[in-house]
Design a protein around this ligand. Sequence first.
Ligand code: MTE
Ligand code: HPA
Ligand code: MOS
Length: 756
Amino acid sequence: MRQSKPMTNIDSFTHVRGESIYVDDVNVREGTGFGVVFDAPKAHGKIKHIDYSEARALKGVKRIFTHKDIPGENQIGGIIPDEPLFAEHEIHFWGQPIALIVAESEFIARQARRLIKIEIEDLPVITTAREAKEKGSFINDPRTFELGNTNTAFENCDYVFEGECFSNGQEHLYIEAQGAYAEPLENGNIKISSSTQGPTHVQKTTARVLGLPMHKIEVDVTRLGGGFGGKEDQATPWGVMAALATYHLGQSVKLILNRHDDLRMTGKRHPYESTFKIGLTKDLNILAFEAEFLQNAGAAADLSPAIAERTLFHATNSYFVEHVKTTVLSCKTNLPPNTAFRGFGGPQGMFVIESAIAKAASEIGVSPIDIQEVNLLKDDDVFSYGQIATQVEAGNSWFAAKKEYDLQQLIKEVEAFNASNDHFKKGLSMMPVCFGISFTNTPMNHARALVHIYQDGSIGISTAAVEMGQGVNTKLLQIAAQTFSVNPDKVKIETTNTTRIANTSPSAASSTADLNGKALLKACFALLERLKTVASEDLNCEKDKISIENEFVIFNGKKTDLNWTDLIASTMLKRVSLSEHAHYATPLIHYDKSKEKGHPFAYHVYGTSIFITTVDCLRGTYEFDTVKIVHDYGQSMSKGIDLGQVEGGLVQGIGWMTMEEIAYNDDGRLLSNALSTYKVPDIFSVPKSIEVMPLETLGSDMAILKSKAVGEPPLMYGIGAYFAIQNAIKSFNPSYNLNFHAPMTPEKVLQALYSD
Ligand code: MTE
Ligand code: HPA
Ligand code: MOS
C-alpha cells in the first residue's frame, strides 16, 4: 500500500526481542567442531619451529590445520595476491593466522592453543607509514591526481602555508565479532553461513583456497551485527578456514572470534601521515593545494589501493581548487592489514584539507569559515579527477545551515561565553562535506534482484544486499510494496545467498540500496507489466489504462472487482511467469586510471555541520554542546532510517577524531586490545543535542527513488569536532600553535592548553 507514514525498520521487532539471527545463532549439526585460530605472537620474523604435539594430544582436539592442509592456493589477497591464509615461513604482523585448531568445544580449542610452542627469529618491525617510506616499503606504486599546475600557481599566491597532519586508525567494533559456520553438503559441496558484507568474496576465496569450482561453495548471510567496512574483505579468512576444516573433516565447523582475538587479528581504519601545502590569494581563494598522503596499509594490500584512491578523490572535499596535486603512497608495515572503514579513505583526505584551511586561517588572522565559504564547489566546477560537478548542493547546504541555525547568533554566544569564563572555553567550527557515490572501481557498480510472486500473492525477494543495521532490507521491502502497491506484510526479504544472486559486489560504498534497489525496481516493473497484461485479458479492457492500487486492479481510475490474490492466481493458471531476475548497472560512470581522469561517481552527497564544544581548561576534558547539520538526503524514502545513519555516522566520526586511540608498541603489539583500553563514544560523550535538517532538493535520478545514499557521508561531519576543540583551546591559550594530530584526546587537549 502507499505508505502514508514512514515504515519502521522491519528488524526492530526481532532485535528488541533478541530473536534476530546472527551466525552464532545458526543451528549447528551434531558433531560440529569448534575452531580457534593460532596466531603470530610477534610482528615480524622467521618461523624456526612450531611444536603442535601437545596441543594435538589434548583430549577433544579433532585436528589442527596449517598451510600444509590447503589443497588449492594459500592466498586470500583480493586486489593483490600478497596475503596467505596461513603464514608459511615468515610472519608479517602480530595476530597473523598460522593454524586453525578444531576441537569438540571452543574451550578445548583454546586450551590447545596454549600448548602450541613456536620459535621465531626476529626481523625488524615497521609500525609507522613514515618509517616504511624511508625504508622503501610499499604495497604498490604511488598514485597522483593533478589538475592545473600547482608549481606556477603557488607563485601567484599571496599566502602559502605548509604543514603536517596525522589521523589515527579506528577499530570497527561491530557488536557481532567476525565468524562463520561451515557445513558439508552432499558430493563435497560446502555451505558457509558468514558474517560478511561480501558473500561472493567469501565464496570465490574459499573456492581458490580449496581448489574447487565456485559452484561447490554456497555462502548465506542472514544479517550482520554491524560491519562498518570491517567485513567487506576481512570476514573472508574465517569463512575460508571453517570451510577448509569442513572439507577435511566432513563435519560442520564453527569459527567465531572472541573480542580479544578479533581486535588483535583484524585490520582497522588506516592511519595516515600527511603533508600539505596550500596557497591562497588575498581574497582567500584557494588557488593551489598539494598533499602527500602516507597510508599505513599494514602487512598486506587488502583493500588499501582502493582506499588510497578514494583519499585522492576526496582530497579537496567540498571545495573547488583550480590547481591540485595530490599523491598517495600505500606504505607496507608490520600491522594487521588495514581495511575498509566507513568513508573508505575519504575522511583521511578531508581531514588534511580542513587542517590546511585551519592553518591558513590562523596565520592570516581570519576565521576558517571565511576561507571555506569562498571556495565552496559550484555547478560546472571540475574535480581534480576530471568529473564535472552537477546538481551541487555545497552552497545550498552551507547557506541553509548559516541561516536556519543563525550562525551569527551562535558565534556571538560563544564569544560572550568565552569573554566571561576563564576556566571553560567554547569553540565553534563549521564544515562542509562532499562525498562521491559509487564504487570507485567502475566494474563493481552493478547488481541483480530475484523476485518471486508465490501463487498465494505473497512475495519473496533476493538481492546481494547485506543487512548490517543500516536498514537496507526495510528500504528494499518498501520498494517492492510500493511498486506492486501491496501491503508490506506480503513481502519478505530473503537471506543474501550466492546461489540465488551470484557474482555480487559487497554491500559497501554506501551504494547497496541504490544498486540492489534499482535492480529490484526493474524486476518489479517487469512483473507488473505481465500482471497488467493478464488483468487486461481477464477484464477484457485496454492494458495501458490499468494500474494496481492497494491490492486491487484499477481500470481508468476506477476500482475493479479483480484483487491482487485473484490476479496472481489467474496469472499462474495462464502459465505466465511469476518470477523475474533483473540486472542493473550504473549508467554513465567511467574512469581511466592511466590518465587519472573520468566520471567515477553517479552523484555526490553534500551537507554542512556546525559544532559547538565546551572545553574544561583545568582538566582538558570536553563536551559537545550541540551539532547542527543540514544534510542532503535527496528525497529520503525512509526518513527514520536515514536519520539513524546520519546520527550513527556522526558519532562514529566524532569518536575517530577525538577519543578512539589505537596504540601499537614499537614491537607491533596492539596495546589497545580491549574495551578497557579503547574508548568509543557512549551515551555520556555524545553531543548533548544533535539537530539534522534535510536540505530541500530534487534528489538525483541516479539514486534509488531519488533517495540519496546515506551510509558513509555523515561520518565526515565528525571531523568538525576536531576543529571546534582547536578553536576552544585557541581562545584559552592564544599562543597555541594549531596542531593536526587526531584523535584530540583529553591528554593532548591539556598539553595544548598550556603549551607555548
Ligand atoms: N550502519 C550500521 N548500522 N551498521 C553498519 O555496519 N556500515 C556503514 C554504513 N552504515 C554500517 C552502517 C558502511 S561502512 C557502509 S558502506 C554502508 O552503511 C553500507 O550500507 P549501504 O550501502 O546500504 O549504505
Ligand atoms: N567503497 C567501498 N568499498 C569499495 C570501494 C569503494 O569505493 N571500492 C572497492 N570496494
Ligand atoms: Mo563501507 S567502508 O564501504 O563498507
